[in-house]
Design a binder for this molecule. Structure first.
Ligand code: F6P
Length: 380
């Protein structure tokens, strides 16, 4: 009989973190299992910073369903298999995973739930190879985790981007401008594509389709000729011109252990080029962290609750080293090994790199077909 489990939230936050945490705690409570949380993701696991979680009236997990963020924090850039440590005034990278294994064993944790994206699940898989029972739950606004149809947090991000597009529509129409919205998504164009359809955009530029800016400009000029004196353009932060590179804002460290590239800046560039090519005024809005903060959508609350409760049920069934996924619209699980895919090397760069096993938009996806069918220009 399972007695003690713990949750760890890792990577960039999303709306829905708390809904998953709550669902795991509640399913624990209904089955007489104690639930704990490591504070600030893998960093908390390294320091053994652990708290008991409870939804009872005096508990610390009361009323958290609609709350943004994570009540147990989250850490970005924390790969315990290749962690920065200061030695003689210099930063060196070390495999500290044995400390994590020791802490989990010392605390008597029989299953660790890892709420995170590709990088987190890679570390989870690597911990499982060291004998720890883990169950992953796929998180990220980018919707790019392999083997699942949808990650929690994604729907809220798309809703925020859609609302932004609605607002840009009215100001763009009033001032006869091209309104460019830069959205997140890293190396995948899901947020851009889905919000472009939901928000009635005219152009959507995604990483999976290197764009020709002249194509986008032609689309805008055709609208102009038909008496439509404003246009809406969605640009994914990872979009790049044909033969060109992605826009990298900065690099956070020497590249060891984590994906260190911060993307951004492509929106301004696209706006400038469209202004030059069309002679129309263009403005760029970078939506940024608005996509991750705040209350989850109803869809994400339900999805997160389904994910969290099913993950705990898998633990009760003794099914470990898996990722809880949605397959053909239904809850299911797959071995973590399948998720991590070709991103196999322990200790090397964690997930979310252009080389890792990310789920990207494919050209036969219904969203691509739908966008093309209704005349959204994809820059090609
Ligand atoms: O992966 C989620 C995400 O929000 C990406 O869309 C974005 O590129 C990145 O995280 C931003 O990361 P950070 O929080 O480190 O700035």
């Amino acid at each position: 009989m399972l007695k003690k489990v713990a949750i760890l939230a890792n990577g960039g936050d999303v709306s829905g973190f708390n809904a998953v945490i709550r669902a795991i705690i509640k399913t624990c409570e209904n089955n007489g299992v104690e639930c704990y949380g490591f504070i600030d993701g893998f960093r908390g696991l390294l320091k053994n910073d652990i708290v008991r979680l409870a939804t009872s009236s005096d508990g610390n997990a009361v009323g958290i369903l609609p709350k943004g963020g994570s009540i147990i924090g989250s850490s970005t850039n924390a790969n315990v298999f290749n962690f920065p440590v200061e030695e003689n005034g210099e930063i060196v990278y070390k495999d500290l995973s044995d400390i994590c294994v020791e802490n989990i064993k010392k605390d008597g944790i029989e299953c660790l739930f890892t709420l995170g994206g590709d990088g987190t699940q890679k570390s989870a898989r690597d911990l499982s190879l060291k004998g720890i029972n883990v169950i992953g739950v796929p998180k990220t606004i980018d919707n790019d985790v392999a083997c699942t149809e949808i990650t929690f947090g994604y729907n809220t991000a798309v809703s925020v981007a859609t609302e932004a597009l609605d607002r840009l529509h009215s100001t763009g129409e009033t001032h006869h401008r091209i309104m460019v919205l830069e959205v997140m998504g890293r190396y995948a164009g899901w947020i851009a594509l889905e919000s472009a359809i939901a928000g009635g955009a005219d152009v959507a530029l995604i990483p999976e389709i290197p764009y020709d800016i002249n194509c986008a400009a032609r689309k805008i000029m055709r609208r102009q000729e038909r008496g439509k004196h404003f246009s809406i353009v969605v640009v994914a932060e990872g979009a790049r011109p044909k033969g060109g590179e992605m826009f990298i804002k900065n690099k956070r460290n020497n590249g060891s252990g984590v994906d260190n590239t911060k993307l951004g800046g492509i929106g301004e560039q696209v706006a400038k080029q469209l202004e030059e090519l069309t002679g129309l005024e263009a403005r760029c809005t970078v939506l940024g962290y608005m996509q991750r903060g705040g209350s989850p959508s109803a869809f994400d609350r339900v999805l997160s609750t389904k994910y969290g409760s099913r993950a705990m049920e898998y633990a009760l069934e003794g099914k470990f080293n898996i990722l809880t996924v949605i397959k053909n619209g239904k809850l299911d699980c797959v071995p973590l090994e399948d998720v991590v895919g070709n991103n196999k090397k322990i200790g090397a760069v964690s997930g979310n790199t252009p080389e890792s096993n990310l789920k990207k938009v494919t050209m036969d996806d219904e969203l691509v077909r739908t966008a093309r069918a209704i005349g959204i220009n994809l820059g090609d």
